[in-house]
Ligand binder design. Structure first.
Ligand code: SAH
Length: 262
């Protein structure tokens, strides 16, 4: 057995993969990385991967863009090209749970693809030949995200609520559902509630990331801020929230998440 010196071990430390769909969802993470370590950009499969450190944690940060295929391809590259030890996704989502309001935060305990249906060959929602419909987020990473979110809400929640005229944000944990649709009607969000009564939020990437991470044995965690309630107001609410508010949440949550790991 060979022994490694401390610098060798440091160099061998596998990075954390951090991704979002859209640039606003990263907050100032890339700025923080640039200021701390500088950023090396690697282009692969028409995406830029930003390599550096955040509060001492080696990271590869990237944008998946929108939808399950985009997310699956991106997280696959994070695993195979960059050898990430774990994956964290931060972004926005539509609220589905009756108690989930715009400005709240949802951390996934489990994720599923609400638009996957190979019935009657396989049960609705089940990934054919894998035999799974609900993927589980990593409990340790999710607990770290949860703690970061609770601190963020305690320290900045009332200021955010005043600034953006929202109600005080709350943190929820539970089921996030993903599909290749922007859900934007009362009928569509009600259909989701009827089919999956415990769904808290709907988005377009999380369950694809969770499936790929499951298949490769890589821990993952997903945090979503609620930008809209997936009804007829969703397009306008999403657009405003994304531009004006999403970055403040991602910065606030990710700064505290990395601080706790440092
Ligand atoms: N490029 C476009 C489209 C974004 S689609 C734009 O910038 O305007 C919406 C994104 O936000 C997806 O990444 C999805 O994960 C999330 N999202 C927010 N609200 C959603 C909703 N009601 N239904 C589905 N996805 C939602």
């Amino acid at each position: 057995m060979s022994t490694t010196s401390a610098p060798d071990r440091e160099a061998a430390r596998r990075p954390l993969g951090v991704l979002a769909a859209l640039p606003q969802e990263l907050g100032d993470l890339l700025g923080a990385m640039r200021a701390e370590s500088g950023v090396r950009t690697v282009t692969h499969g028409q995406r830029d991967y930003y390599v550096g450190t955040v509060q001492g944690t080696p990271c590869v940060v990237t944008l998946a863009r929108v939808g399950k295929v985009a997310a699956a391809a991106t997280v696959s590259a994070l695993i195979h090209v960059f050898d990430v030890e774990a994956v964290v996704f931060a972004g926005v989502a539509g609220g589905v749970g009756k108690d989930v309001r715009i400005g709240d935060i949802v951390i996934a305990d489990t994720l599923m693809q609400h638009d996957l249906d190979a019935s009657p060959l396989f049960p609705r929602f089940e990934v054919p030949l894998l035999g799974i419909s609900r993927f589980t987020a990593d409990s340790t990473l999710s607990a770290q995200l949860n703690a970061a979110c609770e601190r963020f809400v305690a320290e900045e929640g009332s200021a955010l609520a005043t600034r953006f005229a929202t109600l005080g944000p709350r943190v929820h944990r539970g089921l996030i559902v993903s599909g290749d649709q922007f859900v934007a009607s009362a009928a569509a969000v009600q259909a989701l509630r009827d089919a999956l009564p415990d769904a808290l939020a709907v988005e377009m990437e999380g369950a694809a990331i969770a499936q790929v991470c499951f298949e490769y044995g890589v821990p993952c965690a997903i945090v979503r801020t609620i930008s809209d309630t997936a009804d007829a107001h969703a397009p306008a609410s999403f657009a405003t929230f994304l531009v004006e508010i999403a970055g403040a949440y991602s910065t606030g949550i990710l700064t505290r998440f990395f601080h706790a790991r440092a």
